[in-house]
Design a protein around this ligand. Sequence first.
Ligand code: UD1
Length: 422
Amino acid sequence: MDYLQITGGAKLSGAINISGAKNSALPVIAATILSDKPVTLTNLPNVVDIRTLLKLLTILGGEVEHNNTIATINNGTINSTKAVYEIVSQMRASILVLGPLLARFGECEVSLPGGCAIGQRPIDLHLKALESMGATIEIKGGYVRAEAPNGLKGAKIIFDKITVGGTENIVMAASLAHGTTTIINAAKEPEIVQLCEMIKEAGVSIEGVGTSTLIIEGTGQKPLTFKEIKIIPDRIEAGTYLCAGAITNSSITIKKANAMHIQATIDKLESMGCCFEINNDEITIHPSSRLKPVSLITSEYPGFPTDMQAQFMAVATMAIGESVIEERLFENRFMHVSELNRLGSDIWLKGSVAAVRPVAELNGAEVMATDLRASSALVLAGLVAKGVTNVHRIYHLDRGYDDLEGKLSALGAKIERLNNRV
Ligand code: UD1
């Protein structure tokens, strides 16, 4: 199995490009099911999750040409509506095919994604919303079987909780439904805005894009025709590299980023003493030589993203006082704590709150990645830990970070991908 070997202590400098957003590319790829004509996507990140979802489309009968950052997808040839366990179990976001398959074909079967490392992550809100749109849903043999033989009907949907994936599934379903769907308490993430803009460009009326109320006029099962779509920059990758600048006390520049999408991350790094220069799509971080502690609570966009919580915990280990980090979205998203403590940090957990106490230094050790963002926190800590840190189980990282070791090496980090052939 591959692992990353990092020799800590190198100062970083220079610039790297931010890739397209995995979490935007996934719903955009799922949305191509709403069309029976070829569509080209550009600026895709070169990560495993994208290849997994494209593979699912080919299993459904779609035709996919994929070359690094570009894919052309023709879902006019789909001849199956069964999203099989073998793929869905590899990636929870495969549940995003549920809404578009049901809306276009009037029936589908999608494997239940099950729990995952960071928490239970149920899909009850997706299913309840589709039922209010007239779908009959049955769960049998580990699969969700959904039917709406005469198409879905527009409905008023009030999400009890803000859900990114749930909002995406219902936006896609509503775009081919009969009549008007109103989604109240919708998620407002930039990835949802990109999905809505793509569907609007295809001629569907969507009011309230970027707000918590979306009003969508469905086409009544008429497939959409999309224009070429360029995936927006990955705000979590961008935030992770800014954290690399902050933790190593280095000035670095990220290019092809969108500062507006990472305001909460920038604000928190500023509160720790870092400074920023922003020039169109280029952001330079100037670090603070005495990092101040941080206090943060994760929340939905535009609040502080749960997907940046682990990376900030790594940065907080280097602050001069005690930081307090509260996780409000996922019940088990602190698995990086014990691994960071193996590197010498002093982090205490009580329920959903972590106290990060100052330590003089971190020391290299063997650590294990437990989920995607936890993995990048361990890499960040490895950049400053004395000696060698080996980060194992990096298949988590490969799901969502495009060439992490290549980009960090370009900035001057001592990091190498090795294989222990186990
Ligand atoms: C998406 C992101 C993920 C990010 C998360 C929160 C993708 C592919 N993944 O995940 O990186 O961490 O948003 O910003 O975009 N919930 C329910 N019932 C449901 C659906 C969700 O209770 O039917 C709960 C979840 O358990 C969680 C909260 O709602 O506590 C938010 O989850 P959700 O926004 O749906 O996250 P994902 O779309 O899975």
